[in-house]
Ligand binder design. Structure first.
Ligand code: 4AD
Ligand code: MG
Length: 467
């Protein structure tokens, strides 16, 4: 075969130098046609769009043609010609075809319209579908948008550890990391595990958040963000929870809760705008295929200011809804942790736009949040989104050494794990704030997908770690 340098399909479809000799490589999506001429839809992952390859059967070897089945990988040399029927401006008249990889007839993606559940069982192949191609291209673009946003604002990307001996959220839903032999665990006389013999000489886990180390960095570099994998062993089988997810955590010295809310709102709007500007084909495909309201919902979020409201006011609205006959599955009262049905009621029914809820009861929030004067609430903020519920959780941090130490004691958090964190409050403490955005929650919103398992390539959930 003549050596012609490869053109990606995304670039080819934008060209108009008809007659040019080109090479394209990709996987066969469909093949149809007559006894004389066949049309192959070829996709190389660079765009949702296929290029149509026109094949005059008489000019090619019959045995080779037999190998061109759905899923096979081809290299095609040919001429770029103007297309009338393919839905694209450009198609390729094939001159030479090489089958780089035949596709066994057990290929599970023969026809369209597989269920999301089935595609999860073949997660190793689902990126080859239109839907997952679109989702994973958008996932890439969102990651780039996030780095761009913070970099341009002068934030430093700071790498916090994945293995940790502290429980940042104090929730205790951690995966343990150990090299001890589980089959022959040696115990002390009191029956405790001898962590002294373990790899780190103490009990270690996968991190649930990079925040605490992020605070160390913010009180030195001024403004930082983390962007990395996060692990939670919560046994919640919902469409919004993963055991392994990615989180973005900015942390900023001298920001108070209002600055923190401003940053969160600007950040999310930037990401949504980025998706509309840079992923238009993929977003439109998902809109037309699954969720006719997607583009409108994305534009809607950009249009309005987010509502800012205290938890206490939020509870009043929910209590009024209950009094007027609205039924929630979980009870509503001051002090209750909000369920996603409550959050979505505020956003979708009551305000019809995103809501930032602040000043939650201290009992339902983490130890590090700044304590309010009232002695009952802390300076927390959750950003609540349509279809999702909580997309961001954050707060202004308790900067006062005494108050923070008292709260750590009160909540029985082992001080031996926290000494380094408390040092920030001893050595030049400063007001500071930050938050965490769940990357897959953002992707749920931007793609309109209904289940968080479908916006991460290989989801980890209870009883599921295949691939
Ligand atoms: O509200 P969370 O637990 O907050 C923190 O971890 C803080 N340390 C953040 C900070 O202030 N730096 O989690 C933050 C966000 C949630 O709002 C949600 O979007 C996402 O992380 N999240 C999950 N996403 C997927 N699966 C899970 N199991 C998640 N748990 C939290
Ligand atoms: Mg939270």
């Amino acid at each position: 075969m003549e050596k012609i340098s490869r053109t990606k399909i995304v670039d080819l479809l934008k060209r108009d130098d008809f007659g040019a000799k080109v090479n394209v490589k990709g996987w066969v999506r469909t093949r149809r046609g007559s006894k004389q001429v066949n049309f192959i839809a070829l996709n190389d992952g660079s765009t949702i769009n296929n290029v149509q390859i026109v094949v005059d059967l008489a000019s090619f070897d019959e045995e080779m043609l037999k190998q061109i089945t759905t899923g096979a990988c081809l290299s095609v040399n040919g001429e770029m010609v103007e297309s009338v029927g393919s839905g694209q401006k450009v198609e390729v008249q094939a001159r030479e075809i090489e089958v780089l990889g035949i596709c066994d007839n057990t290929y599970p993606l023969q026809k369209k319209g597989h269920s999301m559940e089935f595609l999860r069982e073949i997660a190793h192949l689902r990126p080859r579908t239109n839907t997952f191609g679109a989702v994973f291209r958008i996932r890439h673009h969102m990651a780039i948008a996030i780095h761009k946003f913070f970099h341009e604002k002068g934030f430093y990307y700071f790498h916090t550890p994945i293995i940790t001996a502290s429980d940042a959220e104090g929730a205790g839903q951690m995966f343990q990391v150990t090299t001890l032999d589980m089959g022959h665990l040696e115990k002390t006389e009191e029956g405790a595990v001898k962590y002294d013999d373990d790899f780190f000489g103490k009990q270690a886990s996968l991190t649930v958040s990079g925040q605490l180390e992020g605070e160390l960095a913010a009180t030195a570099l001024g403004a930082i963000y983390t962007f990395g994998p996060t692990f939670r062993a919560e046994n919640s089988n919902t469409p919004r929870h993963l055991a392994e997810f990615w989180m973005i955590e900015p942390e900023v010295a001298f920001n108070d809760i209002t600055d923190n809310m401003d940053l969160a709102e600007e950040f999310i709007k930037y990401c949504v705008q980025w998706a509309l500007d840079n992923c238009a084909d993929d977003v439109k495909f998902l809109n037309d295929m699954f969720d006719k309201g997607l583009v409108e919902r994305l534009q809607g979020v950009l249009k309005d200011d987010f509502v800012r409201l205290s938890y206490t006011e939020g509870i009043k609205i929910l209590e009024d809804a209950v009094a007027n006959g609205h039924k929630f599955e979980f009870p509503v009262y001051w002090g209750a942790d909000l369920a996603s049905e409550h959050e979505r009621y505020l956003v979708e029914v009551h305000f019809k736009r995103p809501v930032i809820l602040t000043d939650y009861p201290r009992e339902i929030k983490a130890f590090y949040m700044k304590q309010n004067e009232d002695g009952k609430t802390v300076r927390a903020m959750d950003v609540l989104f349509p279809k999702i519920g909580e997309i961001i959780g954050g707060s202004e941090r308790e900067a006062d050494y005494q108050k923070l130490q008292a709260r750590i004691k009160e909540m029985d958090i082992p001080m031996k794990d926290m000494w380094w964190y408390l040092d920030t409050r001893k050595f030049g403490t400063c007001p500071h704030s930050g938050f965490g955005l769940g990357f897959e929650r953002l992707l749920l919103f931007v793609t309109g997908m209904a289940n968080i398992r479908d916006v991460i390539p290989f989801p980890r959930t209870p009883r599921n770690a295949e691939f």
